[in-house]
Design a protein around this ligand. Structure first.
Ligand SMILES: Cc1ccc2c(c1)c1c3c(c(C)cc1n2CCCN)C(=O)NC3=O
Length: 276
């Protein structure tokens, strides 16, 4: 039997509204009956038959859980409990009320660079904690960056469904994140690594400062072509008031050769992030 709790989730939590859904998972707000504390419950549908295409594979569920259990950082969502029944494995996760970073930005017209650096610095802190343990997120995108609340805006990274331990030379992972945010090595089926997350940080920063997506084309093929050609520019219409430091920070990340791309440590000591 699995080490996860086999009692029904409903015995311990009042299950509330759905707040999100993904490939094989639904996320709902739940309230702990004993403490009254709110959590997010991620119900992951298990694959029933090995031939079925529906549902998550056991090893993928167990990988996400073991990665979450290894991480312990203020900018990474916490896993508190795990239930399992015939149909689902359910993760009881820290709930944050601020929702997605990009909804927050969408409600504002312009974001000052100082606010952008405050958000990006926290993304980098969470990533530094992961990269120190050789764990790559591999699906970094605005939907996976949540805010605790609108006031002092602490960010939390979520969704480790395709994150991986990067072992040297053994990370030929055939997977694709979200086209807009994937690095050239993902498209070229070359080894992925911690550096794959850093490309995504470059794309996210570019969007945070301009509201535009650097490589987005009219379709997937066009987007992939733009990424492989590293075809982006700082259009004056959107970057007219952006500092040279900010552009330098982004240029250091949107680099095709993974070995030449800025690491999370490089970024944390970049003058745009760490004013001297
Ligand atoms: C206030 C709010 C609104 C939407 C939320 C969440 C919280 C949320 C949360 C989580 C996940 C995996 C997805 C979530 N979603 C779904 C959207 C995430 N892309 C989570 O683990 N904690 C959350 O608060």
């Amino acid at each position: 039997s699995s080490p996860y709790r086999h009692e029904p989730v409903e015995d311990w939590y009042i299950v509330g509204e759905e707040i999100g859904s993904g490939h094989f998972a639904v996320v709902k707000k739940v309230v702990c009956k004993r403490s009254g504390t709110e959590f997010a419950a991620k119900f992951i549908r298990k694959k029933r038959a090995s031939t079925s295409r529906r549902g998550a594979r056991r090893e993928d569920i167990e990988r996400e859980i073991s990665i979450l259990q290894e991480l312990n950082h203020v900018n990474i969502i916490k896993l508190y409990d795990i239930f399992e029944d015939k149909q689902d494995v359910t993760l009881i996760l820290e709930l944050v009320s601020g929702g997605e970073l990009f909804d927050f930005i969408a409600e504002r017209d312009v974001l000052h660079e100082s606010e952008a650096t405050a958000f990006i610095a926290q993304v980098l802190e969470g990533l530094a904690h992961m990269h120190l343990k050789n764990i790559a997120h591999l699906d970094l995108k605005p939907e996976n960056i949540l805010l605790t609340n609108r006031a002092q805006a602490v960010i939390k990274l979520i969704d480790f469904g395709i994150s991986r331990k990067i072992e040297d030379g053994k990370n030929e992972i055939q997977m694709l994140g979200t086209p807009e945010f994937v690095a050239p090595e993902v498209i070229a089926y070359e080894p992925l690594g911690l550096y794959t997350d850093m490309w995504a940080v470059g794309v996210i920063t570019y969007i945070l400062l301009s509201g535009c997506s650097p490589f987005l084309g009219d379709n997937k093929q066009e987007t992939f072509a733009n990424i492989c050609a590293v075809d982006f520019s700082f259009d004056d219409e959107f970057f007219g008031n952006t500092s040279d430091l900010a552009k330098d920070f982004i240029r250091g990340l949107l680099v095709k050769h993974p070995g030449r791309r800025a690491s999370v440590t490089d970024c944390l000591s970049h003058p745009w992030i760490k004013p001297i």
